[in-house]
Design a binder for this molecule. Structure first.
Ligand SMILES: [Zn+2]
Length: 480
C-alpha cells in the first residue's frame, strides 16, 4: 500500500512537472515526453553539472569575488535607485538613461532605440583577444508595474539590470585579463509587464541574432530550476484588438449612420455565446475601451480588446479563427467594417536541461536560500516563448522574497537584505553558467544539440496535437 502510494505520488509529481495540462495534450505528448526523458538520460545533465560546479577553478572564484565587490560597492545601490524611481513599460526613459550611462562607463558600446523601441538597448563589448569566440547574451529588464498608487517594482525588475551588469563587467574584465576571445551583449528589453511583447518584436527584428546563448535573472519566492522540455507559465496567449468602423450621424437621423458600438456589442455577446463551444480550459476576457463619445452621435468607432488563453497553441488558433469569424459576422450584420489586430502572442518556450541543471548545481554549491529540489514545469527563460525557440538560454531565479508576486511587499523586499542577498547569488550563478559556456566547447555543443533536438520534438508535438484534435478543430472547410 505504501509502495503503491509512493508510486502514484511519483506519477502525480511527474505529471505536474511536465507542462501538458489537458488529457488531449498529454495523449499527444506521451511518446514525445519519453523521448525527452531518453534525451536527458543520455546527456545526464544533473551529474555533469554537479561535476562542473565541484571543480576547483581559481579564475571562476575570482569572478565571484569581483561580482560581490561590484554588487556591494555599486550595483546594489543602482538596483535600489531604480527601485525607488519606478517607471512603467514603454516609459522607462530615466531608468534607461541611468543604466546605459553605467554600461558606457564600463566600456560597453550602447545603442538605444533597438527594433524601433525607444527604451530598448543593446550594450556590446568585444574582447580585445578577438571576437571569434562565443557571444554571451544577457537579457535585462527595468519596467515597473502599474498600480493604483502609482508605478511600483512589485516584480523586482529594478534589480535585473544591475545584476546583469555585474556579470557583464566581471566577465569582460576576466576575458581581457586572460586573453579570452568572445563577445558580450547586454540586451535591454522594455515593458515585460504589458503588450505588445517587446522581446518578440526585438527577436523578429534580429536584435538577438548574435547571441549563442541567453541568460536572464528574475526575483522569486524560491530557488528552483525547470525541467527540460517545453511549456509556458500562464497558458498560450493571443492579445487581439478588434476595431469596428461605421459612419457617424445625428441621433435623430441615425439611419444615415452605421453604428460601430452596436457591432462591438454584438461581437462581445457572440464571443460569450461561443464559450460552451470551446473546451473548458479556455480563458477569455475582454474589455471595450472605446465605444463612442456622445449619445447624440452614432458611434463610428468602437474597440474591443481581448486576451484569449489556452494551454496549447493549436487549439488556441482554432478558437481564434472562430472568434475572428464572429467579429466579421458582427460587422456584416451591422454594415460596419472590422480590423483585426493580433498585437501580442505568448507561446510555449523551450527549457534546456543542461543549462537548468548547471544553474541549480551552482545554487546548491554557493548555498542559495530556499532551494526547492523538485524540477519545475518547463516554461522557457523569457515570457514570450519565441526567443527561447530560436536561441538556447536559461533564467536564473534565486529566492528574493517570500511575499506574493506583484505585491508592494515584494517591491520593498527588493531593497532589503532578503532581496540584496538573492540578487548577488543570481549574478554569481549567471556568471558561472556563462563562464562554462565561454570556455568549454563540449558544453556549448551539448547545449546547442539539446536545444536543437527539443525544438524538433516540439514541432512533432504540435503535429501530434493537430492529429489528436482531428476535425474538432479547423472549422467547416477542413472537414469537407
Ligand atoms: Zn517579471
Amino acid at each position: 500500500m505504501r509502495r503503491l502510494l509512493a508510486f502514484s505520488l511519483t506519477l502525480a509529481l511527474t505529471a505536474a512537472a511536465f507542462a501538458q495540462t489537458t488529457p488531449t495534450e498529454r495523449a499527444a505528448a506521451a511518446e514525445i515526453l519519453q523521448e525527452i526523458e531518453a534525451l536527458q538520460a543520455r546527456i545526464n545533465p544533473t551529474e555533469k553539472a554537479q561535476k562542473m560546479a565541484a571543480r576547483n577553478d581559481a579564475q571562476r572564484d575570482a569572478i565571484f569575488e569581483r561580482i560581490e565587490k561590484l554588487w556591494t560597492s555599486e550595483m546594489r545601490a543602482l538596483s535600489d535607485y531604480i527601485g525607488q524611481n519606478p517607471e512603467v513599460g514603454w516609459h522607462e526613459f530615466e531608468s534607461v538613461d541611468t543604466l546605459t550611462s553605467v554600461l558606457r562607463f564600463y566600456g560597453f558600446d550602447v545603442e538605444t532605440g533597438q527594433a524601433g523601441l525607444e527604451t530598448a538597448f543593446v550594450g556590446g563589448w568585444d574582447s580585445p583577444a578577438g571576437a571569434e569566440g562565443p557571444t554571451l547574451g544577457i537579457i535585462v529588464e527595468y519596467d515597473a508595474l502599474r498600480g493604483t498608487q502609482g508605478a511600483f517594482h512589485g516584480c523586482q525588475h529594478n534589480a535585473q539590470s544591475p545584476v546583469g551588469f555585474a556579470v557583464a563587467i566581471a566577465l569582460s574584465e576576466y576575458m581581457e585579463r586572460e586573453g579570452v576571445a568572445g563577445r558580450i551583449r547586454v540586451y535591454g528589453t522594455p515593458a515585460e509587464e504589458m503588450g505588445p511583447p517587446a522581446k518578440t518584436i526585438m527577436y523578429e527584428a534580429g536584435v538577438f541574432d548574435e547571441a549563442d546563448m541567453l541568460i536572464r535573472s528574475h526575483g522569486s519566492d524560491e530557488t528552483a530550476r525547470g525541467r527540460a522540455g517545453f511549456g509556458v507559465c500562464c497558458l498560450n496567449i493571443n492579445e487581439v484588438k478588434y476595431t469596428f468602423k461605421g459612419r457617424p450621424a445625428h441621433q435623430r437621423s441615425s439611419w444615415h449612420g452605421r453604428n460601430a458600438l452596436a457591432a462591438a456589442v454584438q461581437f462581445y455577446t457572440a464571443v460569450d455565446h461561443l464559450r460552451p463551444t470551446f473546451r473548458p480550459e479556455a480563458s477569455i476576457q475582454g474589455v471595450i475601451p472605446e465605444g463612442g463619445i456622445a449619445p447624440n452621435v452614432v458611434p463610428d468607432r468602437a474597440v474591443v480588446d481581448y486576451y484569449f488563453r489556452y494551454p496549447d497553441e493549436v487549439y488556441l488558433e482554432h478558437m481564434q479563427q472562430m472568434i475572428d469569424n464572429a467579429a466579421r459576422a458582427a460587422a456584416l450584420a451591422t454594415g460596419t467594417e472590422v480590423e483585426i489586430d493580433r498585437y501580442g502572442e505568448y507561446r510555449d518556450g523551450i527549457t534546456v536541461g543542461s543549462l537548468e541543471e548547471l544553474f541549480f548545481a551552482y545554487a546548491e554549491k554557493l548555498g542559495a536560500p530556499n532551494i526547492n529540489p523538485e524540477p519545475q514545469r518547463p516554461a522557457g527563460y523569457e515570457e514570450t516563448g519565441f526567443v527561447t525557440r530560436g536561441i538556447p538560454g536559461v533564467g536564473i531565479s534565486v529566492f528574493t522574497s517570500a511575499a506574493a508576486g506583484h505585491s508592494y511587499e515584494r517591491w520593498q523586499d527588493s531593497m532589503k537584505p532578503v532581496g540584496h542577498i538573492g540578487f548577488l547569488y543570481d549574478a554569481q550563478i549567471m556568471a558561472a553558467v556563462l563562464y562554462h559556456f565561454l570556455n568549454e566547447e563540449d558544453f556549448r555543443k551539448t547545449v546547442a544539440e539539446e536545444h536543437r533536438i527539443l525544438s524538433g520534438l516540439f514541432d512533432q508535438y504540435l503535429e501530434r496535437l493537430r492529429e489528436t484534435y482531428g476535425d474538432e478543430i479547423g472549422g467547416a472547410a477542413a472537414r469537407q
